[in-house]
Design a protein around this ligand. Structure first.
Ligand code: PHE
Length: 452
């Protein structure tokens, strides 16, 4: 596109060297799957809402945010890899599609004055192509902050006890912690030295109990063949019994805007699933939010991975399906197993090309990244993006199947296998050939790679 501006949600932005949003990505911003109470993503969102009724909800915030909100407000250093334009979708250098719901944390604290809130939203990241990766997915951010009064008047201990009682009744969660997490007292941020260490420990305890409560809430909604009740009231779920206790594992994590930070995994059907990142919010952010005397926690849940396992959804593209054979299988408030309809046959195509030649000798450089950078101006996500833009949801998987170095020239060659398949019809070899030809042409012209 040669125009000097780009229009997003009726607003014009100047294009620059960072602009990389595409029409099909922008089209996704209209879908808002998490707002549909009968869609698996909406079902999970509403179950979480139901169990935290006093949390304010923000679920229609625009995905177009400033890079300041998405990164700087969260204390991302200028060279953080998440900022790369190979990983994020930029409208231009200062405006982007949010890459996580954390982008709204400071804004909601500061502009809305909320101290307990959720942000449920679509988030955008350039990524590889397979059954569990899609450039748009959904997160729910949960934030809770406590005033000095709440920290001292027993609010936290009371809430912890209430949530724990629910957890014990369902018998669903069992927490295990890595020794590194279990045996270490919470690390204090410099600003926290004025706060009592005991307060930080209490907020951390509140975070842990809240997450176990959240897991118990979700897993108690799994519909069992034996029980026909599908009531969406939260009291009904307290009597549901999970087939086995769900193990929740805490692992030390690292996020710029929380200290300490954790990643949480849930063991379900023998498999550890990463479900969220969380931690104690950096004091600098609370200050920006106008509540520097508070202590608080934040958590960001990814919805798709969990929904795929809970609802038995084999391919992440299905969430975007408008086929009634998909949509009609779900009801509000109920987690049931999706029964896949017949899979249509795939169509496989390979594409091989030479990576760019190293531009200058790297032996004398001191930069550890220089060899890789000088040797390959090729970024895999640029290739992935190009295939997605052309094939849309007809592409199921793209994998590097072969790579070799030319013995004389030292040049690298990559061969990728592209699996094309439709979710709802048979594709013909002829139509896929047209797509594959277009991929080849644009790999050569747009990415400047030599086809083999
Ligand atoms: N925003 C982080 C991510 O998307 C998750 C997170 C949210 C971590 C809140 C800590 C606190 O990876």
């Amino acid at each position: 596109d040669s125009s000097s501006t780009i229009t997003v949600f009726d607003k014009e932005y100047p294009r620059d060297d960072y602009t990389n949003v595409t029409p099909s990505i922008l089209a996704r911003t209209q879908r808002r799957l998490h707002l549909n109470p009968a869609h698996p993503l909406g079902i999970l969102t509403h179950i979480i809402y139901d169990h935290f009724p006093h949390f304010k909800r923000h679920d229609a915030l625009s995905p177009v945010v400033s890079t300041h909100a998405n990164f700087d407000s969260l204390l991302f250093p200028p060279d953080h890899p998440g900022r790369s334009r190979h990983d994020a979708y930029y409208v231009n250098r200062t405006t982007m599609l949010r890459s996580h719901t954390s982008a709204h944390e400071v804004e909601v604290m500061r502009d809305h004055g909320h101290r307990a809130f959720f942000v449920a939203a679509d988030v955008y990241r350039r990524d590889e192509i397979d059954a569990t990766h899609y450039p748009v997915f959904h997160q729910i951010e949960g934030v809770r902050t406590f005033s000095p009064t709440e920290l001292s008047d027993g609010t936290l201990t009371r809430e912890i006890a209430e949530m724990q009682a629910f957890i014990d009744r369902t018998g669903i969660t069992r927490t295990s912690e890595e020794p590194a997490v279990r045996d270490n007292p919470p690390r204090l941020q410099p600003e926290h030295h004025s706060a009592r260490a005991a307060d930080v420990a209490l907020v951390l305890e509140h975070l842990k109990t809240s997450l176990n409560y959240w897991v118990a809430a979700i897993f108690s909604r799994i519909a069992h063949p034996s029980s026909s009740s599908s009531s969406s009231s939260s009291s009904a779920s307290t009597t549901a019994v999970a087939p086995e206790p769900i193990e929740v594992r805490w692992i030390e994590g690292s996020f710029p805007h929380t200290t300490p930070s954790f990643e949480i995994e849930i063991k379900y059907q023998g498999q550890w699933l990463e479900v969220c990142g969380c931690g104690i919010i950096q004091q600098a952010m609370l200050k920006a939010g106008g509540i520097s005397d508070h202590i608080g926690w934040a958590v960001g849940f990814g919805l798709e991975r969990l929904a795929m396992v809970l609802f038995n959804i084999p391919d992440i593209r299905l969430f975007w399906s408008e086929d009634p054979r998909f949509l009609d299988q779900f009801q509000p408030g109920r987690i049931n197993r999706f029964v896949p309809y017949s899979k249509y046959p795939p169509c496989l195509k390979d594409i091989s090309f030479w990576l760019p030649e190293p531009t200058h000798p790297t032996a004398t450089t001191t930069d550890p990244d220089a060899t890789a950078v000088a040797g390959t101006e090729f970024h895999e996500n640029d290739f992935m993006e190009l295939v997605r833009e052309i094939a849309q949801d007809l592409v199921e998987d793209v994998k590097l199947v072969d790579s070799f170095k030319h013995p004389k020239t030292g040049r690298m060659s990559h061969c990728y296998r592209i699996v094309y398949r439709s979710m709802d019809r048979s594709v013909t070899n002829e139509e896929i050939n047209v797509i594959q030809e277009e991929v080849r042409t644009r790999v050569a012209n747009q990415l400047g790679l030599a086809l083999r």
